[in-house]
Design a protein. Structure first.
Length: 477
């Protein structure tokens, strides 16, 4: 157990430090007035996904060059993490940046300023979080190997990559299921085994639970910053009241990690709209790219975000200028996209849903019964696992939009992805009933925490946080 604990620290906790420092550097202007503990939680939540994502890309590039990962890989990675951390600390101290640190509310003042209702709400939410941790532990103990997709796809791919050594491309043998899926989760699990020197189910369980906790923490802390404590705690309570999310959080699949990157992108949209910092937009691009590196559905999300940013751009009727305005976002996406393209071209077989298209596609598109069957399944699934959706939708309709531009961008992203999912079912070459039954609840899960964040972050029914008027926008970097 001591060896496992040491491997987890070396493989996952140490790379978290440079990721945290990079995010702190990128957001130092935008979060300059935020109490330090809240600021640190936002940074740490984002750093979980950034560290897992970038280290998995680093391992992929290493395997392409060195063909196998051993002690040399560990030494190089730890040295790289140390270098990035040192560079981030240096940049934070020496770059000529404007800070509003003098206006920052201290943690003591923030605590003393809480009302009795806020204190009770915070205590109740803390109890709910303890319940969630026990719930996650229960699921992990009940399903130590995860659900079917975990041991048949994600952990299976990690085992092939780890055991095959220099023959690791055998992991993409077309006889195995879904070998075209991206590699963030398999490589993240493999990294833990490389550091430990052997396989253990504790590693994929740790990765799965870490993403679930990061989603909850990011949702709550971002909304506390943007809309106030009660808004953040209410949004977190809605997520806690979604049992399916935490069941999937312990399932060791790629759905909750994809949820994290979708949510992180939406959070960064809101932060960007407050300060218009190009660095924040570039960071958002990296997270959008990592969504595509997590699962094929993330590629749709990555595209939807780019389209939404162009559509909702204001102040310029020239489409060329609109596109050039999202150049920082595209600059963040591009490096990760090149890695995805490399994987898809060199190793991944054709996707089954795309390869299954042909002459029958036009008949599926014209089949009205398919549309009604999908709509019926959507309604049924919504009232089974996402019963809070009608309440949040009604609140948005009743209250209107608090930050119209940011809200339109977020809902445009979610809307494009939703429509894309809908037409995936319309055109699927698989049996439609089977496809809906086996995947609809998880596809809706991809959008659920993002919708919770967009709803609580956009409705006028929630008052702006106290002191917002004196928070100056961050200057563009």
């Amino acid at each position: 157990m001591l060896l496992i604990f040491t491997a987890v620290i070396e493989a996952y906790i140490l790379p978290l430090i440079p990721a945290y420092l990079v995010i702190r550097l990128c957001l130092r202007r935008s979060l300059a007035t935020v109490p330090l503990p809240l600021q640190s939680l936002i940074h740490a939540s984002l750093a979980v996904g950034l560290s897992f994502g970038l280290t998995s890309i680093g391992l992929f590039l290493w395997l392409n060059v060195a063909r196998q990962a051993g002690s040399a890989y560990i030494i190089v990675e730890l040295m790289s993490c140390s270098g990035i951390a040192a560079a981030s600390l240096w940049a934070g101290r020496h770059l000529n940046t404007v800070s509003n640190a003098g206006d920052r509310i201290s943690f003591r003042d923030a605590i003393h300023g809480l009302s009795r209702v806020q204190v009770l709400a915070l205590a109740g939410f803390g109890i709910g979080c303890l319940f969630v941790l026990v719930w996650l532990l229960y699921f992990v103990l009940q399903l130590p190997h995860g659900e079917w997709d975990a041991w048949a796809i994600w952990n299976m791919r990690a085992r092939y990559l780890y055991r095959a050594q220099e023959f690791w491309p055998v992991a993409f043998n077309t006889l195995m299921p879904h070998t075209d899926y991206p590699l963030l989760i398999p490589l993240t699990v493999m990294r833990g085994w490389v550091y430990l020197g052997t396989e253990t189910q504790i590693i994929p369980a740790f990765v799965s639970v870490a993403f679930a906790v990061a989603v909850l923490c990011l949702l709550v802390t971002a909304l506390v910053y943007l809309r106030g404590m009660l808004a953040g705690l209410a949004a977190g309570s809605v997520l806690i009241a979604t049992p399916f999310f935490f069941q999937q959080g312990a399932a060791q699949t790629a759905d909750v990690p994809l949820v994290f990157f979708i949510l992180a992108r939406l959070v960064l949209i809101m932060i960007y709209e407050r300060g218009r910092s190009r660095v924040v937009l570039a960071l958002a691009g990296i997270f959008a790219g990592l969504a595509g590196w997590t699962k094929n559905e993330g590629l749709l999300f990555m595209t939807a975000t780019s389209v939404a940013l162009v559509i909702t751009a204001s102040g310029d009727s020239d489409w060329k200028h609109r596109i050039s305005g999202i150049a920082p976002f595209l600059a963040g996406v591009l490096p990760v996209l090149l890695v995805i393209i490399t994987f898809k071209v060199l190793y991944a077989p054709p996707n089954d849903l795309i390869a299954g298209q042909g002459a029958q596609t036009i008949y599926r598109l014209l089949d009205v019964q398919r549309y009604t069957q999908i709509a019926s399944a959507l309604v049924e699934e919504t009232f089974r696992d996402y019963v809070w959706f009608p309440v949040l939708a009604a609140g948005l309709l009743a209250g209107g939009l608090y930050k119209p531009k940011a809200a339109c961008t977020m809902f445009t992203v979610l809307g494009i992805v939703f429509v894309g999912y809908y037409f995936i079912y319309v055109t699927t070459p698989l049996n439609l009933t089977y496809h809906l039954t086996s995947s609809l609840n998880r596809l809706l899960l991809h959008l659920w925490p993002g919708f919770i964040f967009a709803a609580f972050g956009s409705t006028k029914l929630i008052a702006p946080p106290v002191g917002e008027s004196r928070i100056e926008p961050a200057r563009t970097v």
